[in-house]
Design a protein around this ligand. Structure first.
Ligand code: NAP
Length: 505
C-alpha cells in the first residue's frame, strides 16, 4: 500500500500548505500534510451536500456501505497492522485483535440498522371523535442529525479512530463524517481512509459522506467543532482537550452536542471476604489489567480501595511483586509518555502518598508504578482521584467500611466501578451499589473493566468527567442514538412520510 501523506477530502486526495513528520515508535518517520481550517470548511460543506442524499438513503444501502468498509479494511489488514504497530508501538497481535473489533462493530451496526428497532417507530392513530379535543394522527421516528465530526483517539488507532465506533455509528445513522486524524498515527489513518474511499466508490455513495483531515495544528480541531454545518462531535481523549472543545461547542451561536469520552480512574472496591479468600489472585488479575496495553485504556482500573489489615497487606505485597516483574512498555506518543511521568511525579509528591514501586525509563516508555495512601489522605486531596494515563496503580487503605462508603460518595464520574466480592460480602455490596450506579456507566463484579464488549447492552460513558454527556455511550449499538433526533410527524399524508414510516403507516 502506498501512502500519499495527503488529506482525503470528499473523494479527492489533497495536500495542504505545509507538512509535519510522523513520530513512529519504530520504522521511518513519514511526511504528512498539515490540516487547515480551509480544508475543514470544504469537508463540512461536502458533508452537508452528501447529507441531502445519504441522510435519506435506505437502511439496506447504508448497511451495504458499512459491510463494504469492513471488507476493504480486512483486505488491507496486513499493511494496516504493520504501519499501526510502527506508529503506536502497540504489538501486532493487539492491532490484529483491534482490527477484528473494528470490522466487527461496522458489521454489527449494519445488522442493527437492518433490524430497524433503533428507529423507535411509534404511531398514535387519529381520534377525530375524541372529546373535548380530537387527537391528530402522530408518527414518531428517529432521524439522522447531519454531518458529524469525529476525533480519532490515540489509544485505539483502529477501533476508535478513522473507521472506529463513532464513525460506524454516525454512518449507520445516516450522518456524513469528517474525521480529524490523530497526529500519533497518521499513516494508519490514511490506510483506513483508503479503505473507506474504496467502499464509497464501490457502493456509489456521495463522496462527501466521508473526509479525513490530518492533524498537525490545533486550529483544525477548533475549526471543526465550530463549523456551522457540523451537528455533533464524537471525541475520545484527554480531559483538558475534551473540555476545551466541549466549551467551544457550547459557545457556538447554535450550540451542538459534544460526546466526549474523557478521563476515568475506574475504582475497584475489594470487599473483605473476597480479599481474605483470594487476595493474591485478585492482585495478579489487577496487575494484568493495569499493565495491559501499557495501561493506555480508558477503563484501566487505576484505583484499588481496600480495608486496612493483614489481608490488605498481603494484597498490596502480591500486587507490588507482580507489578515489579512487568517491564517498561512503549507508549503511544512521546507526549503521552511525558504526561505519564508527570502524573506519577505528582502522586509521588502528594501528602500522605507512599511509593511502593517506581522506576525510571526512556522517553517513549513507561514502567509500572504503584503508590498507596489512606482513606483520610485521599478524601482530603481531590487530585488523587485524577487519571494518570498509563500503568499506574494507587491503593487506598480505608480504616473501615464506612470510610469506603465515604470514598465511593466522593468519587467523580467514572466509566466503570468494580466490586470484588464473595457471597458473604453481599450486605456491603448492597450498600455500595446504589452509590456506584450513580457514579459510573458500567458497574461490574469479580472481573476487571478492561476489555469492553461491543454489544446492545454495553455502556461506555458516565457522569462528567468520564464523559461530557452522561446519557450516552460511545461503545455498543446504543451509541447510534448520539447521532439521531426524534421527529414527530403530525397529520402528514402517508405517501409523504419517510419511507421507514410508510411501512407502518
Ligand atoms: P488529546 O491531547 O486530548 O488529543 C485528542 C485530540 O484532540 C487530538 O486530535 C488533538 O489534536 C485534539 N485536541 C486536544 N486539545 C485540543 C484543543 N485545545 N483544541 C483543538 N484540538 C485539540 O489526547 P491524546 O493525544 O490522545 O492523549 C493525551 C492524553 O489524553 C493522555 O496522556 C491521556 O491522559 C488522555 N487520554 C485519555 C483517554 C481516555 O480514554 N480516557 C484516551 C486517550 C488519551 P492535536 O493532536 O492536534 O493536538
Amino acid at each position: 500500500m502506498t501512502l500519499t501523506g495527503k488529506h482525503y477530502l470528499a473523494g479527492t486526495w489533497m495536500s495542504g500548505d505545509s507538512t509535519f513528520m510522523s513520530t513512529p515508535a519504530s520504522g521511518p518517520a513519514r511526511e504528512f500534510s498539515v490540516g487547515t481550517p480551509a480544508l475543514v470548511d470544504s469537508a463540512a460543506r461536502a458533508a452537508e451536500a452528501a447529507f441531502e442524499s445519504y441522510g435519506y438513503s435506505s437502511r439496506t444501502e447504508r448497511a451495504a456501505l458499512l459491510d463494504r468498509i469492513a471488507d476493504e479494511i480486512d483486505a488491507r489488514g496486513d499493511a494496516i497492522t504493520e504501519i499501526g504497530s510502527q506508529e503506536t508501538g502497540l504489538p501486532e497481535a493487539r492491532l490484529i485483535g483491534e482490527r477484528g473489533r473494528t470490522v466487527g462493530q461496522l458489521r454489527l451496526f449494519a445488522r442493527h440498522i437492518e433490524a430497524g428497532d433503533y428507529l423507535d417507530r411509534k404511531h398514535d392513530t387519529a381520534l377525530p371523535q375524541r372529546t373535548p379535543l380530537p387527537r391528530p394522527d402522530l408518527h414518531l421516528m428517529q432521524r439522522p442529525i447531519g454531518p458529524v465530526a469525529v476525533f480519532g483517539a490515540s489509544n485505539f488507532p483502529l477501533a476508535f479512530s478513522v473507521a472506529g465506533g463513532d464513525t460506524a455509528a454516525a454512518l449507520a445513522a445516516g450522518c456524513p463524517v469528517v474525521v480529524k486524524g490523530h497526529g500519533g498515527h497518521p499513516g494508519t489513518s490514511e490506510l483506513v481512509a483508503q479503505a473507506i474511499a474504496a467502499a464509497i466508490e464501490a457502493c456509489g455513495v456521495h463522496p462527501g459522506v466521508f473526509s479525513l483531515i490530518q492533524g498537525g495544528a490545533r486550529d483544525v480541531g477548533q475549526a471543526l467543532v465550530q463549523h456551522p454545518l457540523i451537528r455533533a462531535v464524537g471525541f475520545t481523549g484527554s480531559l483538558g482537550g475534551g473540555r476545551a472543545l466541549f466549551d467551544l461547542c457550547a459557545q457556538r451561536p447554535e450550540p451542538i452536542p459534544f460526546f466526549g469520552e474523557l478521563g476515568s480512574v475506574n475504582p475497584m472496591f475489594l470487599l473483605p471476604h473476597a480479599v481474605t479468600a483470594r487476595g493474591a489472585t485478585l492482585a495478579a488479575g489487577w496487575v494484568g489489567a493495569l499493565t495491559m496495553g501499557a495501561g493506555q485504556f480508558c477503563t484501566n482500573p487505576g484505583l484499588a480501595i481496600v480495608i486496612g489489615g493483614p489481608e490488605a497487606d498481603a494484597f498490596v505485597a502480591a500486587a507490588t511483586e507482580a507489578l515489579a516483574a512487568v517491564g517498561a512498555q512503549t507508549m503511544l506518543t512521546d507526549g503521552i509518555a511525558d504526561a505519564y511521568r508527570s502524573g506519577a511525579c505528582r502522586l509521588q509528591q502528594s501528602d500522605g502518598v507512599r511509593d511502593l514501586l517506581t522506576t525510571s525509563c526512556d522517553l517513549r516508555e513507561a514502567a509500572p508504578c504503584l503508590f498507596e495512601t489512606t482513606g483520610k489522605a485521599w478524601l482530603a486531596n481531590e487530585t488523587l482521584g485524577e487519571e494518570v494515563f498509563g500503568p499506574l496503580g494507587l491503593v487506598v487503605r480505608v480504616s473501615a467500611f464506612d470510610e469506603m462508603l465515604a470514598l465511593a460518595r466522593a468519587l467523580q464520574g467514572q466509566l466503570t466501578c468494580t466490586l470484588q466480592l464473595d457471597a458473604a460480602d453481599n450486605a456491603q455490596a448492597r450498600a455500595l451499589l446504589p452509590i456506584l450506579e450513580r457514579k459510573a456507566g458500567r458497574v461490574l463484579a469479580n472481573g476487571f473493566p478492561t476489555g469492553v464488549e461491543v454489544s446492545d447492552t454495553m455502556v461506555h460513558g458516565g457522569p462528567y468527567p468520564a464523559s461530557t454527556n452522561f446519557g450516552a455511550t460511545s461503545v455498543g449499538t446504543m451509541s447510534i442514538r448520539r447521532f439521531l433526533r426524534p421527529v414527530c410527524y403530525q397529520n402528514i399524508p402517508a405517501d409523504l412520510l419517510p419511507a421507514d414510516l410508510q411501512v407502518c403507516a
